[in-house]
Design a protein around this ligand. Structure first.
Ligand code: ADP
Length: 290
């Protein structure tokens, strides 16, 4: 079992902006969803974990090794899966993996060959080993991304919005692959997509403004909202009135009526009770942003 232990982590950029504020998290094998809107601080936290930037204060341990004192330790054990790789060189998938494997320090040629073959097989790209990656579809490129992230048998994989730009079928296939992998390693999925977290992650945290607003098991967090979510269709002009009286967590225009969803511990007689969903957990957490 791998363990990433983050304690009271703070990061202030040289311009004085504090992007990570007192974050503490314990992450073990499986998929961990880091959910937050754009600008919440997800990349800042990820970059600090992988040692691309030094925290201003706090501690980071991976399998009991102090990552601030030994930043190379995480690099050796890390697979990174970015949103996209930008431009691909005009070489085949196999050759590109070979190149990356060498960069990752897999010096033994027969080991390299075995690993590349088995990874191409794992991500269902064996039939495309000789094709150039830039000719691949979005889903194939992302699966190729998984193969390169897995080279060198990492113990922790960081995936930054990996399903951006994939169609629903490709997204499903890709998500299944990620969750298979996460049996043996930590996969941190950084995303603003509530649905991906709901479908894949056993643990999650909502982040905004550099702070963790809520964390836990998605199912449990949903249960905590039972009998606390209410909805109602109102007239647009009434919104101000309702906003001042209720904690509105989301609003949606349905035809001409405004549909509001409200958080309330007390029963709201003239509202309809709603079965809570992870998106309610997310929106309710965001309203708690200090
Ligand atoms: P996310 O990944 O959740 O979209 P980021 O971590 O990229 O969020 O950004 C969080 C905040 O930190 C944003 O307000 C962003 O403008 C700011 N930020 C990111 N990088 C830097 C930097 N190098 N210097 C100063 N501010 C930064």
């Amino acid at each position: 079992m791998n363990a990433l232990s983050i304690n009271n982590l703070n990061l202030t950029y040289p311009n004085g902006f504090q992007a990570v504020k007192d974050i503490s998290l314990e992450i073990t094998n499986g998929m961990f969803g880091l959910l937050g809107p754009n600008g919440a601080g997800k990349s800042s936290l990820m970059k600090t974990i992988v040692g691309l930037q030094k925290p201003t204060s706090g501690t980071l341990f991976f399998n009991e090794v102090d990552l601030i004192k030994n930043p190379d330790y995480i690099k050796k054990n890390l697979g990174f899966l970015p949103q996209d790789f930008g431009v691909y060189p005009k070489i085949s998938a196999y050759d590109l993996l070979e190149h990356i494997a060498i960069l990752k320090g897999i010096t033994n040629a027969s080991q390299r060959k075995d690993q590349i073959r088995s990874l191409l097989d794992k991500v269902n790209l064996s039939g495309f080993a000789k094709k150039e990656v830039h000719t691949f579809s979005g889903g194939m490129k992302q699966r190729f991304g998984v193969a390169q992230a897995l080279l060198g048998n990492p113990k922790i994989i960081i995936a930054d919005e990996p399903t951006a730009g994939l169609d629903p079928e490709e997204r499903n296939r890709f998500n299944t692959l990620l969750s298979e992998i996460s049996r043996d390693v930590i996969v941190i999925l950084s995303t603003h997509l509530v649905e991906d977290v709901r479908n894949l992650c056993s643990e999650m945290a909502v982040i905004n403004n550099g702070q963790i607003l809520r964390k836990g098991n998605p199912g449990k967090l949903i249960t905590e909202l039972e009998q606390k979510i209410w909805s109602k269709s109102i007239d647009k002009q009434e919104l101000e009135n309702y906003s001042s009286r209720y904690e509105i967590i989301s609003r949606q225009l349905v035809e001409r009526a405004l549909h509001i969803t409200v958080f309330s511990e007390e029963t709201l007689q003239d509202f309809t009770p709603v079965n809570p969903l992870l998106e309610h957990v997310y929106f309710h957490s965001l309203t708690q942003t200090p």
